[in-house]
Design a protein around this ligand. Structure first.
Ligand SMILES: *Cc1c(COP(=O)(O)O)cnc(C)c1O
Length: 359
């Protein structure tokens, strides 16, 4: 067996001990004589799995008791519509801080259902910074304020929690579980699983309980957070395999020392990669230093005509998925929780050598 250094933006790397465990579990999960994919979500073993997963997630994130943990399908993208539908009447205004492509997408979705006020927008500099909070043009009466905590494409991350009089709704798809967060400062947190939680197909939503009641009547059952809260996220058949893997990832994170330990390692990984980029005359990252992402590190080569050569040589060295998003070009190294520090070290060593021979 040979494993590569996988810098995929998502679906992304999973911890090797989780993968080993899945392989062992597949034919006969917990002595049931069946794989987890073949058992009822209402069975005792699966209901226990769901409860354990929530308990462990609550421990990891120190989620206060007045918040519900929901597991949905449809990805973070679905929640971009679900949040306005649950929290805002058709004539209401939602405030958006637009610091990248995902936030733009969320605002576009919300506009179908409500008024949207862009309180700040960094597109004038290709989404490479977060406008100073003091300059945000907040509405007087917004239903909520939406941020994208980590913009996965340009690599821009909030290293602070904005203050807000209205509920703060955050898309944390590419940063959740990378460090401790103060859940109590948020109204709603949502995240697709395929970066730091598990495989694609399941979506985490954390909702403050007073926001569970939808403001609109007659929403489809599966678009109401309340339905999930009332059914322990078993409103209909949940994505059982993805949930099972998420449960293993939570156990893995606790065994690794929890989110303080993750934060320490993640910060160190990111910091050595940025230092290598900044210290070279060949690679560069355009993002303002105070909001550089710990999870997604985009960089360009001084000579874009050898991008393909860089990617081919990287692949030959066992470093995969380094091509930047098509909208920004260049390279991007996604260094989520499951990307080991040795992988970052291998990338840096490769970059140094490539610069020496081609720079
Ligand atoms: C990956 C990602 C999404 C998309 O998630 P889906 O689960 O594919 O809908 C949305 N927002 C951010 C910040 C992401 O990184």
């Amino acid at each position: 067996m040979s494993r590569v250094h996988n810098f995929s933006a998502g679906p992304a790397a999973l911890p090797i001990d989780v993968l080993d465990r899945i392989r062992e579990d597949i034919p006969d999960w917990q002595g049931t004589g069946m794989s987890v994919m073949e058992v009822s979500h209402r069975s005792k073993n699966f209901v226990e799995l769901a409860a354990r997963c929530e308990t462990n997630l609550r421990r990891l994130l120190s989620i206060p008791d007045n918040y519900s943990v929901l597991w949905a399908q449809g990805g973070a993208t679905m929640q971009m519509a679900v949040a306005p539908l649950n929290l805002a009447h058709p004539g209401d205004t939602i405030d958006f801080v637009q610091t990248g492509s995902w936030g733009k997408k969320a605002a576009r979705e919300a506009r179908k259902f409500c008024n949207v006020n862009i309180v700040a927008d960094s597109s004038d500099k290709d989404f490479t910074y977060i406008p100073d909070e003091s300059s945000w043009q907040l509405s007087d009466d917004a239903a909520f304020l939406h941020i994208t905590s980590n913009e996965t494409i340009a690599g821009v991350e909030f290293h602070f929690v904005p203050s807000s009089d209205v509920p703060l709704v955050a898309d944390m798809s590419s940063t959740i579980l990378s460090r401790p967060i103060d859940v109590g400062r948020y109204g709603v947190i949502y995240a697709g699983a395929q970066k730091n939680i598990g495989p694609a197909g399941i979506t985490l939503v954390i909702v403050r309980d007073d926001l569970l009641e939808p403001v609109r009547d007659s929403l489809p059952h599966l678009l109401m957070w309340k339905s999930y809260a009332e059914s322990d996220s078993m409103t209909n058949t949940p994505p059982t395999f993805a949930w099972y893997v998420a449960d293993l990832v939570m156990q893995h994170l606790l065994n690794e020392g929890g989110l303080d330990a993750m934060a320490e390692t993640n910060q160190r990984k990111a910091s050595k990669l940025y230092t290598a980029i900044d210290g070279s005359g060949f690679y560069s990252n355009p993002v303002a230093e105070d909001c550089r992402s710990w999870m997604n590190v985009p960089f360009v080569l001084a000579d874009a005509s050898i991008d393909t050569m860089f990617l081919e040589a990287a692949l030959a060295a066992g470093l995969t998925n380094l091509k930047g998003h098509r909208s920004v070009g260049g390279m991007r190294a996604s260094i989520y929780n499951a990307v080991a520090e040795e992988s970052v070290d291998a990338l840096i060593a490769f970059m140094v050598e490539f610069e020496r021979t081609h720079g």
